[in-house]
Design a protein around this ligand. Structure first.
Ligand code: 0GY
Length: 303
């Protein structure tokens, strides 16, 4: 069955450039998705958008072109709690991909175990209202207690203005908590203003909280074009991401976010996104922690 895409949907970049930044050996793209293909892995009836297809073969080709060794594939909301496309991609990767799934309380222990064997190491709790319907926190906490027994962690996606309300719930989670995209700061606000200070305090006071310093293309108001003397694309995001990398070098992750759901203005060139890393992790040691040591500790601890 063909799925008409959400009007205005931007497809992933057809020809990403080869990055100038040569990634360290063993680098992990720790945030990316697969979409369908819909004919094989149907999109969820309750989805809030219908994407273009973006399957595992395209993801693996991008991995190789950019110079990554591995992927962490995060369940996207367009697939709801049906993790089949994610599981299929993890298995097909031959150990080069791990997954973060979405599960409901009804999932059985045997199903959780099957996800683990396929390579799943976390669940995602999404609090972004335009993407998902509300799930009671008590239910999420029960899921967290179950997956904690498997050694998994919880990935959370929320917007900066919602952190105060979510603070106690995140504090009480019994696993490592990984925040998507720095908790989506408003980068037009001062970096030392109350909003980002709260996020920094959240990380400082909670050693179990990590952050992905990803998605400049989603957070930026200045956009992808570089200016003379200020060579970074998405330059307004640089200070925020760099602050976290320098303050919490052992608790940060990076990912492309390919195939970039819900972008309205432009589709990033994934090669340029990789070059962006140089601006937020300026030393070889910070790069190695961000791209290799940290994701390996979380997703491939046995190696
Ligand atoms: C992201 C961001 C978004 C979407 C999803 O699962 C999703 O649908 O994560 C978004 O729209 O901000 O991480 O890919």
């Amino acid at each position: 069955m063909p799925y008409p895409k959400t009007p205005g949907w931007l497809d992933w970049h057809p020809q990403p450039s080869k990055p100038r930044f040569q990634l360290p050996a063993g680098a992990v793209d720790a945030h990316c998705h697969v979409f369908g293909p819909g004919a094989e892995f149907p999109y969820a009836p309750q989805r809030k958008y219908t994407p273009c297809d973006a399957g595992k073969q395209q993801l693996f080709a991008l991995r190789d072109q950019l110079g990554f060794a591995r992927n962490v594939i995060v369940q996207a909301t367009c697939h709801g709690a049906d993790n089949r496309a994610l599981v299929d991609a993890c298995i097909a990767s031959g150990g080069k991909a791990r997954g973060v799934a979405t599960v409901g309380l009804a999932i059985s222990d045997a199903e959780l175990q099957a996800l683990h064997e396929a390579g799943v190491r976390g669940v995602r709790f999404n609090f972004v209202k335009r993407l998902v319907d509300f799930t009671p926190k008590a239910e999420l906490m029960r899921i967290a207690r179950r997956i904690a027994k498997l050694g998994w962690h919880v990935v959370v996606y929320f917007e900066a203005q919602d952190l105060p309300e979510l603070w106690d719930f995140f504090s009480a989670l019994p696993t490592t908590v990984v925040v998507d995209h720095m908790g989506r700061p408003d980068v037009s606000l001062p970096i030392d203003g109350p909003q980002f200070a709260l996020f920094e305090r959240f990380m400082r006071e909670h050693p179990h909280v990590w952050s992905k310093v990803s998605c400049p293309e989603r957070l930026s108001l200045s956009g992808p074009s570089a200016l003379d003397g200020e060579p970074a694309p998405y330059r307004d995001v640089v200070p925020f991401a760099r602050r976290l990398v320098e303050q919490f070098p052992d608790r940060v992750l990076w990912g492309t976010d390919w195939p970039h759901p819900n972008l309205k203005d432009h589709m990033p060139d994934d090669g340029l996104l990789v070059d962006f890393i140089l601006h937020i992790a300026p030393t070889a040691e910070l790069q190695r922690k961000l791209l290799v040591d940290n994701p390996m500790r979380l997703y491939w601890p046995e190696e």
